[in-house]
Design a protein. Sequence first.
Length: 374
Amino acid sequence: MLPIVGIDASRYPGEIRTGTETYSRELIDAMARLTDLPFAVRSYVNQADQESVANLLALGEVRGLPFPRFWTHGRLSIEMLRHRPDLLFVPSHVIPLVHPRSVVTVHDLGYLHESEAHPAGQRRMLDLTTRWNARVASHIIAISETTKADLIRFYGTPAGKIAVVRHGISANFAPAAEPDMARVRSAYELPDRFVLAVGTIQPRKNLARLAEAVSSLQARFPGLALVVAGKRGWMAEGVLADIHATLPSALFHELGYIPLADIPAIYSTASVIALVSTYEGFGLPVIEAMACGSPVVISDTPALVEVAGDAAVVADPRSVNSIAGALASILADAGTADRATTSGRQRAAHFSWDTAARETVSVLDDVLKKRTTR
């Protein structure tokens, strides 16, 4: 009989996804495409309809565990006590108080680098849950070498306890056809020339400085606008107030959350993509944009440089002039833009959810084998 790996799939259902939900959905879907899993899978969800968990059903047993509050430490802990799997995998949350041997994915430790960019309560909770994960997990998956280094530095996690498995990108991310670009331009009332930032609106995304950089380029590129696609996160009101104080309403477009089907065409329509965060654990929009053939400007934060390689133009996130210069190098020079597009598509080809799934399965299998050989 095959050993059972339980998966906390509570972040899998639902259409509105941030980076961690995208990771959970794409990784689990890719695992479902594998035909030679060395273990059986049992997925746990809170509440979801059959359609939303179709791929979970393809992967194996799905157990719905409805619970109004404290689902992880309450209801999932009870399930672990009553029907313990051989191993629990937590891709985008926290290991429950009651748990078997567990593997957890840690996405980033930005709250330690950018403490002022997080509400105090949220910062304490992130520190508590990540510290717990790092201590009780049998093994940890980090999404970048940067996150691995942070776990070692801040929590003293042994390097041998951490495996780096990078994100992938889905096949949906590719250069859009002209009709699709025209459709999203009309549907979202996109300006003729714009800088696009994709991600949850929060302080560490550095959107206020990005807005200042766009403002400073108006003499050279009249009408250049800033478009932000993403839901509002913590402390978003202050970020938006700073943007509105810098750019007139005609030059700033807040799109909110964008359905997945429209994102590739919006990437393709933008003049340049900018992810100039003061901290990232990975930076999924970078490789998504590159796969769509869009030139990208990134900040010089370690994870973004790690992910983008030499395929993006790099700026100092603390300097408005540096960000403006990086944007202008693409906007003013078709050759620079073309080179960024070509190298970006080559770089994006290195990232695959199928590869991430195989590497994750290998980690889970290794932990299971260590258990059985003791």
